[in-house]
Design a protein around this ligand. Structure first.
Ligand SMILES: Nc1ncnc2c1ncn2[C@@H]1O[C@H](COP(=O)(O)OP(=O)(O)O)[C@@H](O)[C@H]1O
Ligand SMILES: [Mg+2]
Length: 342
């Protein structure tokens, strides 16, 4: 029996559909229940698409997952897949530990060391917060002076919710689409300045650390590859106008011929090393060599529905549209089946 925590707009809708269609025994559970461990005693597995901007989820998702693993339950995402989710600091250590080609990344936990570092390093650099998506917390810092200002804030009042970010994002969408819908959305962005998203408002202020990466120049796009078990699919995301950032730009190319296979191979290799179930990789190229920007177990499902096919782990192409969520359940069922057979 597979337990599924249902969240609208997440992966669970398709997980449930798959189980229904294939007559797989499942039950809907609520991970926020106090007696969730008790409830899961009769189940073999839990699938929960927990979200990085939900302050409730991040309070206990990792703790619940690990505890279930200690009971011998299978979980999607499991610890190896998700402990570093929305945590660029965690990813830095992890990818360095397994010798994966992460862009050179720097972290400092006190102001003095951070200020010392900017005296010695080169610019531009890309400064980031440990969490966030759609490039909202990613900033190009051009020189020492700018870096000093950033560091002062990082070790001072820190970075809270940016009330203007949703508005800026919507103005960009209007520039890109010039549609009535995107125009109306600007109004919604204005609303968010006055009345920020309740869930995001509750996220902790980011401070007392500084994280940066070398800026990799001359990339008009990034490549995003998602590995789920023995399958990989990918998109190319063009950068925004007058910007270096691709994620969240919404300018997406689905043509598999535009995806360098070395990225797909690297994504498979790294996922194997991390022993993870499902990982999305962002790549840019440094003098023709792919470098990892960041990794993530979760992704916006809708974006990938237009992928025309996927690769298997021998890099063979399998043509045809698919639901990534079905792959997640298929792998879960495989593992449970294997356990029963042994
Ligand atoms: N070190 C870097 N060099 C060049 N471009 C980068 C670098 N880091 C990020 N970018 C660009 O900025 C985008 C957002 O960065 P990323 O770290 O993936 O943040 P997010 O978690 O918000 O997606 C990437 O999609 C990429 O286009
Ligand atoms: Mg990204």
């Amino acid at each position: 029996m597979i337990a599924i925590h249902h969240r609208k707009t997440g992966f669970s809708e398709k997980w449930i559909e798959y189980c229904k269609n294939k007559n797989i025994a499942y039950k809907i559970v609520n991970c926020y229940d106090n007696d969730i461990i008790e409830q899961l005693k009769g189940c073999d597995a839990l699938m929960w698409h927990w979200h990085h901007t939900d302050s409730k989820d991040i309070l206990f998702a990792r703790q619940l997952i690990y505890s279930l693993e200690m009971m011998g339950k299978k979980v999607f995402p499991n610890t190896k897949t998700s402990w570093h989710f929305d945590d660029k600091l965690g990813q830095k250590y992890l990818l360095e530990a397994v010798d994966s080609p992460l862009i050179n990344s720097y972290v400092y936990y006190d102001k003095h060391s951070a200020l010392n570092w900017i005296e010695k390093t080169t610019f531009p650099k890309v400064f980031k917060l440990r969490g966030g998506a759609g490039a909202e917390n990613v900033k190009l810092i051009n020189d020492k002076n700018e870096a000093r200002g950033y560091i002062k804030k990082a070790f001072g009042k820190g970075f809270g919710l940016n009330r203007f970010a949703p508005l800026k994002e919507r103005v960009w969408h209007f520039e890109r689409d010039k549609s009535l819908k995107s125009f109306i959305n600007i109004g919604r962005g204005l609303g968010r300045v006055l009345l920020p998203n309740k869930i995001k408002k509750n996220l902790p202020v980011q401070k007392h650390y500084m994280y940066a990466q070398d800026f990799i120049p001359d990339n008009d796009s990034d490549i995003r590859v998602i590995v789920i078990g023995q399958r990989a699919f990918a998109i190319k995301r063009m950068i925004r106008k007058n910007d270096f950032r691709a994620s969240g730009s919404g300018n997406i190319i689905y043509d598999p011929k535009q995806i360098p296979l070395e990225c797909v191979k690297l994504a498979f290799d790294t996922t194997r090393k991390l022993q993870a179930q499902c990982i999305a990789y962002d790549f840019v190229f440094l003098k023709g060599i792919p470098k990892i920007i960041e990794i993530s177990y979760a992704f916006n499902r809708e974006v990938y529905l237009d992928c025309p096919g996927y690769w298997n782990s021998s890099l063979g192409w399998i043509e045809g549209k698919f639901y990534p969520e079905f792959f997640m359940v298929e792998d879960m069922i495989d593992i449970l089946q294997n356990e029963m057979d042994n």
